[in-house]
Every structure is written in structure tokens, then in C-alpha cells.
Design a protein around this ligand. Structure first.
Ligand code: PLP
Length: 422
């Protein structure tokens, strides 16, 4: 160890030091209290001084997206206790998921973005094992053009470009048909994107040129049936995020689709070294966690989930009654992503004298800390969500039990304070 540790460094601010597992040796009262339940683990958020938040935003990556249901957490804790062969676990999980999700084959990846990487790599390298080593820098002789609608260029382009590909943009169905060349390796579709060309046409034309079709549906459950809708529509590869609506580990994703392509994706994935996917490792805990999350999610019911989210939105709205000019409305974004009830709050800024960005700050600064949907007070943060300076958006679907009450109370305080301003 380069840096010599003295006693002070080691013991920090009087923490438990070397014998951290032993509660009796702790010298700071609140730490002693916490670690008395040491078999449940220390609260490392507290130890690190990181303040947890109430997620009234939605499945935003930077807000850690979602929390895992108890049965998923329990499955992970159990899986953590014993070593396994990762290839065997990948194969078994893939087979199980393919059956449950009604597709030919499946692979657990480290996220939807990683599914885009190894799925694209599969299209570039299939039937050509040495290409696995060559991408993305040595593309000689490899097909490298990915056709995409201009309106589908998005924040995950880089995952596809990681494989040495470049985009060929089209806008109309006619341009699409003419864009295919002997260098075309894949046709990519952003499921929540808007554009002139339908999913059905996208698949049909690609297949008439024998080119595989990818659909990124990362944020597009619920409804539950989307997990098989797009593979059954003919998309050769479909990606979902494991840590958004599915509520698996945040660092997981699903790559679903054709067996030959999933096999090719595996060759480009961890645990194989010297592959484009090696840095996108999923561990046994994550693989098991995603399988458990899929089991949990398939046990849910679309109508019941929607009713629960509406109930939360209504409860929050009920806290805001009789604040002058405040209007509330429950809405479901039109597009495929975040397709769940949200609460939309608008008001006349002449009476409620606060802009949305300030509401965000006040909610964030309060106790407990609350994060509103980032569309609040500004431009729409996600496809299909409204925005505007006098607009507050509450994403209710990631709230935990009882948090709707807290969010409603705090919002009322903030808006009432602003109404009292002179
Ligand atoms: C969130 C998202 C991703 C990335 O998902 P991760 O699981 O975080 O890697 C990719 N594409 C779209 C459209 C997304 O919304």
C-alpha cells in the first residue's frame, strides 16, 4: 500500500475501524445504533453522507431509475452466497427468459445501452469470429452501415457507433428502400421516437433486403405485453432496460430476439475477454436479479398498476385543492415510453409566484429530499411529457408506499408559500 495509514486515518471520525463488524467497539452513538443490526448491513448512504431521495420523477438513470421489489432483492442476496460458472448461468437465464418472453433467445446485458452495443456487434460479426476482435477499429471488409430515421437519432447513438458503424439517415419510406447497399449491416428503430415510417414497414423493407432489424424499447414497459410485441412483430433484436419499468438491477438489460443473433451477441459479450462487450459485465447477482424481476413483472397486471398510479396522482392532487389558480390533471404520455399516469400541475404565476425550476429546488432542499420530474418548469424532459415555466410534473410510478402523502404535503407547502408572496 503506497500510503501509510496511521491510526487517525484508519479510525476516521471515531468509526468502528478494523473491527467494523462488531457493534460494541463503535465509539460514535449513531453508528453504534446503526451497526447493532449488523447482520442486515450498515447504512452506507448514511456512512457516506449521501442523502436518499423520494423519486417523484420517474425512471431517470441519474436518479438510480427504480428500486427493486423485495423478492428481487432477496433473490440477489441468495445468489451472492455461492459461486457459479457465468457462461452456464447466462445460458440458463437466456433460455428461461426466452420461454417466458415468447421469443427465440435472450441475453442478460448490463443495460439497454449494452444490449445496443452487443446486438449491433452481433450484426457486424455474425458468422465471422475474427471480426469480434477487429471491431470497432479494423472494419476492413466488414459491413458498417446502420440505417435509421433522422428523427430516431438520439442519446444512445454512441452505443451503436461503438461497434465501428456509421449511420445512414432516411426520412421517407421511399428513401428507406433506396438506402440499402452491400454495406448495410442493420436497420435501427427507436421505439418511442416519432417519424414517418411505421414499425411494420421498417421490418418489412429490412427483411426484403435480408438485413436484421433492431428496436430499442428500453423505457417501454408497461404495458407488460410489450416484452413480446416487438419480437413477434418481426424485429430481429429488441432491447429493454432491466432497471426501469421492470424494476430489476439498474445495471441490467434484456436483449431479445433471433437465436443466431443472440449467439453472436454472446461472443461479443463478457465474460469473453477482448470483446467490445467485456466492459459491460453482468455478475451472477445481476443475472439472477433480472430473471427475478421479469418473474415479478409478469406477475403484475397492467390495469392494477395503472389504477395504483392514478390513485397516487389523485392523492397528491387532493393536497393541492383550493390553492388559487392551481389546476391538476392526470395524463399518460402519448408515446411508447413512460406510458403510465403522471400528475400535471399548472397555475397562474401572477397568483402563485414561483417558476417550476424554483419548485424543483425547494422540493430538493426539503426534508425529506424529493425529486420532481425534470420536465417541471422547463422543456419536456422525456418524449411525450409536457413542459413550461408554470408546469409541475410528478412522476408517481416509482414512489414507495406512503410517499405520495409526503409529496402532496410538501408541494402544498411550497405552492402556498409562493401564493403568500407579495
Ligand atoms: C434508458 C434508455 C436506454 C439505456 O438503458 P440502460 O438500461 O440504462 O442502459 C437506451 N435507450 C433508451 C430509449 C432509453 O430510454
Amino acid at each position: 500500500m503506497a500510503r501509510r495509514l496511521n491510526r487517525r486515518t484508519f479510525l476516521g471520525h471515531g468509526t468502528c475501524g478494523l473491527l467494523a463488524g462488531s457493534a460494541a467497539l463503535c465509539t460514535v452513538p449513531e453508528l453504534a445504533a446503526k451497526s447493532s443490526t449488523s447482520n442486515k448491513g450498515l447504512d452506507y448512504y448514511q456512512k457516506l453522507g449521501v442523502t436518499p431521495l423520494i423519486n417523484a420523477a420517474g425512471t431517470y438513470t441519474v436518479l438510480s431509475a427504480s428500486t427493486m421489489p423485495d423478492q428481487v432483492q432477496a433473490a440477489i442476496a441468495l445468489a451472492a452466497k455461492q459461486p457459479v460458472n457465468l457462461n452456464e448461468l447466462h445460458d440458463a437465464a437466456g433460455e428461461y427468459l426466452a420461454k417466458r418472453l415468447r421469443c427465440e433467445a435472450a441475453l442478460v446485458t448490463s443495460g439497454a445501452a449494452a444490449a445496443l452495443v452487443v446486438g449491433t456487434a452481433a450484426c457486424v460479426t455474425r458468422g465471422n469470429d475474427s471480426a469480434v476482435l477487429n471491431i470497432p477499429t479494423d472494419m476492413g471488409g466488414l459491413k458498417n452501415e446502420v440505417i435509421i430515421q433522422r428523427t430516431h437519432r438520439y442519446g444512445y447513438d454512441h452505443a451503436i457507433r461503438n461497434c465501428g458503424t456509421r449511420f445512414v439517415e432516411v426520412e421517407t419510406l421511399e428513401q428507406y428502400g433506396q438506402a440499402f447497399s452491400d454495406r448495410t449491416v442493420m436497420a435501427h428503430f427507436f421505439n418511442a421516437g416519432e417519424g414517418k415510417i411505421s414499425r411494420e414497414d421498417w421490418v418489412r423493407v429490412a427483411h426484403s433486403h435480408n438485413v436484421p432489424c433492431f428496436n430499442d424499447a428500453a423505457a417501454d414497459v408497461p404495458p407488460i405485453s410489450n416484452l413480446w410485441n416487438y419480437t413477434q412483430m418481426g424485429f430481429d433484436l429488441v432491447a429493454f432496460s432491466g432497471g426501469k419499468g421492470l424494476r430489476g438491477p439498474q445495471c441490467t438489460g434484456l436483449l431479445l430476439g433471433r437465436k443466431d443473433l443472440i449467439e453472436a451477441a454472446k461472443k461479443n459479450n463478457s465474460p469473453n475477454s477482448n470483446t467490445v462487450g467485456r466492459g459491460m459485465k453482468v455478475a451472477k447477482e445481476e443475472i439472477v436479479g433480472l430473471v427475478a424481476a421479469v418473474d415479478w413483472f409478469l406477475g403484475q397486471d397492467d390495469a392494477a398498476m395503472e389504477a395504483e398510479y392514478r390513485k397516487r396522482a389523485e392523492l397528491i392532487a387532493s393536497h393541492l385543492k383550493n390553492i388559487p389558480t392551481v389546476q391538476t390533471q392526470i395524463f399518460i404520455p402519448e408515446v411508447a415510453a413512460n406510458h403510465v399516469p403522471h400528475l400535471l400541475i399548472t397555475y397562474d404565476q401572477n397568483r402563485v409566484k414561483i417558476v417550476g425550476s424554483e419548485v424543483i429546488q425547494k422540493m430538493r432542499a426539503g426534508k425529506p429530499r424529493i425529486e420532481l420530474n425534470p420536465s417541471t418548469g422547463g422543456a419536456p424532459a422525456s418524449a411525450g411529457l409536457p413542459g413550461g415555466p408554470n408546469t409541475i410534473v410528478v412522476g408517481v410510478w416509482m414512489l414507495q408506499s406512503g410517499e405520495d402523502q409526503i409529496v402532496g404535503r410538501r408541494l402544498r407547502e411550497v405552492l402556498e408559500d409562493a401564493t403568500a408572496r407579495t
